[in-house]
Write a protein that binds this ligand. Structure first.
Ligand SMILES: Cc1cc2nc3c(=O)[nH]c(=O)nc-3n(C[C@H](O)[C@H](O)[C@H](O)COP(=O)(O)OP(=O)(O)OC[C@H]3O[C@@H](n4cnc5c(N)ncnc54)[C@H](O)[C@@H]3O)c2cc1C
Length: 466
């Protein structure tokens, strides 16, 4: 057995995306054995199914980083295993002696659009962001089995965050791309369209918007462009907040011009219109902001549309046994990662932060595990070198506060650890998993840029072997 396996600590990480792989790696580096399970065949989470496919460089870099982490000899990756389906969290917590269970399962449930009765149009005239992104990123794959969508002219996107800007871009590129192809025989790939923008593409072909015969799409946001959460203020000072508002407004304006969509600010969908069972419009109520609070004015109007795309945020799926505060997992502790009521259950990444950001998901996974390791008095020399003085002191103080309940946990015997390790090995045999690299190679989908001949295929499938 590998010398790394001689430790008696054992942890389980649920979800192998940015946050889960980072958390697992932090633990593995300290000699703890880690099992990482994921419901999907591939470990990458939202990087594969959320982040729009034109971010080729970012996607490949982050996926290579996840690969590097999950190849750690102390980590055992078990794909196609869904907690809550293949095994309940209750069973995991009670029947197996994990030192820690870390929930890194992201936010995969779209926040329901709060318009009574509109769900009946789901997947026909109402599409949610998670479903749309999965389709958009994978629709070119010959064996893509998810629902297929046809973007309709006049589609309305409800949202306001960065992800909703990606969504409205996709909607506009789908609409315009189709007309350019069908009416003018111009075949622009999505990478070129995204880079140049629609306005420039029309200009270089001597076309005007009116020539296309399209209504286009509309982005509806409940507040003003200045209030869009597109830029985080550098500090709480009024000057920095104002700067962030200015950047948000400018960003929205730039996107709007480049991708030629309409923008309706200060409006909230409250109802819909229909004819013969088909959605014909959204009833919007005008709003204003008073002292930072959203005020409904009572003034309503109908925005005609036959398709609504909801991009109002994603929340973690609710697993029985976990405490929730509203939509979020109820956590406490310095980094807000210890699940309330448990001494060894943690949650990291999008599942907790609610912020759709790779860096934040990774940092949250890292910080939470450092706190935990410190609390367990694990050797942290490598970690120490990477941290500045202030952060060290803060983390030390924080770690102190959670050390008591962590240290009170009985450590499993070597036999118990080996038993779980073996169970996972058997599960992997059942699904035909031999080793990390060949599994990834067999399951990584064909890339659109490769199909279009824009990028050479990576022969190794998952980068270099360790
Ligand atoms: C449209 C869009 C655009 C974005 N653009 C950017 C960008 O430009 N820059 C940026 O920094 N970020 C961007 N993000 C956000 C970024 O992709 C995420 O914040 C980040 O990938 C989240 O990482 P995570 O590990 O917390 O969660 P996830 O990536 O969601 O990982 C969770 C993992 O848990 C697994 N899982 C879920 N439930 C279970 C279960 N019950 N059992 C087992 N496994 C389970 C899932 O399969 C998944 O692999 C974007 C997101 C979207 C949707």
């Amino acid at each position: 057995m590998n010398k790394h396996h001689k430790r008696e600590h054992l942890a389980l990480v649920v979800g192998a995306g940015v946050a889960g792989s980072e958390a697992a790696w932090q633990l593995a580096e300290h000699g703890i054995r880690v099992i990482v399970v994921d419901q999907n065949a591939l470990p990458y989470g939202k990087i594969e199914d959320g982040l729009p496919l034109w971010h080729i460089g970012l996607r490949d870099r982050v996926e290579a980083d996840i690969d590097r982490k999950l190849r750690h000899p102390n980590i055992k990756f078990l794909p196609l295993f869904t907690v809550g389906k293949d095994m309940s969290l209750d069973q995991i917590m009670n029947d197996y002696k994990f030192d820690a269970v870390i929930l890194a399962f992201g936010a995969w449930k779209d926040r329901p659009l709060p318009v009574e009765g509109i769900e009946k149009f789901r997947n026909r005239q109402l599409i949610y962001q998670n479903d749309l992104m999965k389709w958009f990123n994978h629709k070119h794959e010959p064996d893509f089995a998810g629902p297929h969508y046809q973007i309709e002219d006049g589609a309305v996107v409800i949202g306001g965050g960065l992800a909703s800007l990606d969504v409205i871009k996709i909607v506009m590129m789908e609409l315009v791309g189709r007309v350019l192809r069908d009416k003018y025989g111009l075949d622009y790939d999505v990478f070129t369209m995204e880079k140049k923008g629609i306005k420039k593409i029309l200009e270089e072909n001597g076309l005007k918007w009116e020539d296309l015969g399209l209504k286009g799409a509309t982005l509806v946001y409940r507040r003003s462009a200045r209030e869009m959460p597109l830029k985080v203020a550098l500090s709480d000072s009024e000057a920095d907040k104002e700067k962030a508002r200015e950047v948000a407004e400018k960003l929205l304006h730039t996107y709007k011009e480049k991708f030629m969509f309409d923008f309706v600010p200060n409006a909230v969908p409250v109802d819909f219109t229909e004819e013969e069972g088909k959605l014909t419009g959204l009833v919007l109520e005008k709003t204003r902001t008073e002292d930072g609070k959203l005020v409904y004015t009572g003034e309503r109007f109908v925005l005609p549309t036959t398709q609504v795309i909801s991009s109002i945020g994603a929340i973690p799926v609710k697993l029985p046994g976990i405490p929730y505060r509203g939509d979020a997992i109820d956590t406490e502790g310095p980094s807000g990662s210890k699940v309330k009521g448990f001494d060894n259950l943690f949650a990291v990444g999008n599942a907790v932060t609610g912020k759709g950001n790779i860096k934040m998901a990774k940092e949250h996974g890292r910080q939470a595990m450092r706190e935990w390791l410190w609390a367990k008095r694990e050797p942290v020399a490598g970690v120490l070198r990477q941290m500045d003085e202030k952060y060290l002191t803060d983390t030390d103080k924080r770690a102190e506060s959670i050390s008591d309940y962590i240290l009170s946990k009985p450590i499993p015997t070597q036999e118990e650890v080996d038993h779980v390790w073996e169970l996972v090995e058997n599960k992997r045999r059942e699904i035909g998993y031999k080793d990390y690299d060949s599994w990834i190679k067999a399951h990584k989908p064909v890339r659109l840029e490769e199909m279009l001949g824009l990028k050479k295929k990576d022969k190794s499938g998952s980068g270099s072997k360790s």
